[in-house]
Design a protein around this ligand. Structure first.
Ligand code: IMP
Ligand code: MG
Length: 183
């Protein structure tokens, strides 16, 4: 019951692989911008990725957070995005990077990007750790992608199933028997 590891079918990305890829992303962002940045993460999933990513960006970085709900404890996107928590800072005139854990249908991010664009940032780009190999329902241009991952339900390193498994240090495929009926 308390052993989370036994619920994992297969490890997709180890702690080391994630750290290496996040470092590469941070280096790329540093080279591309050479300007102060505002990194906005989408809670709660992207918080861990953001924490690691900003420490690999060698530029002044401010951090801010949004919370949205599109999944209600399940595994499928409802398509309805609700802002539960908005950024604390104004994004007008700032260079903004949205840090996301995973791009699946694209519904959440496309909604967020449109919303943030209307606040007139100097620029806005997306850094997502994972990009699922599925046909996106909403087209999202991600400038920075960590890994192209298979179309499976995955958990760990911030990603949850019903708020569980976020604290696994690696990313793995969740056993179907765990979420069984809910997909
Ligand atoms: P989208 O709107 O379908 O792109 O959903 C994006 C959000 O759904 C992510 O920020 C995650 O919170 C969640 N999500 C999508 N796929 C997975 C998964 O495989 N595991 C855990 N969460 C997921
Ligand atoms: Mg989630």
């Amino acid at each position: 019951m308390l052993d989370m590891h036994k619920d994992i079918e297969r490890v997709l990305y180890t702690e080391e692989q994630i750290a290496q890829r996040v470092a590469e992303m941070g280096k790329q962002i540093t080279q591309d911008y050479q300007e102060p940045l505002l990194v906005v993460s989408v809670l709660s999933g992207a918080a861990i990725f953001m924490a690691d990513l900003v420490r690999r960006i060698e530029l002044p970085v401010e951090m801010d957070y949004m919370a949205v709900s599109s999944y209600k404890n399940g595994v499928k996107s409802s398509g309805v995005v609700q802002i539960l928590k908005d950024t604390a800072s104004s994004i007008e005139g700032r260079h903004v990077i949205i840090a996301e854990d995973i791009l699946d249908t694209g519904l959440t991010l496309s909604y967020l990007i449109e919303n943030l664009k209307s606040r007139r940032p100097a620029s806005i780009e997306v850094a997502t750790l994972l990009h699922k190999q599925v046909e996106q329902k909403a087209k999202v241009d991600c400038r920075y992608v960590g890994f192209e991952c298979p179309n499976e339900f995955i958990v760990g390193y911030g990603l949850d199933y019903a708020e569980k498994y976020r604290n696994l240090p690696y990313i793995g495929i969740l056993k179907r028997s765990i979420y069984g009926q809910s997909i």
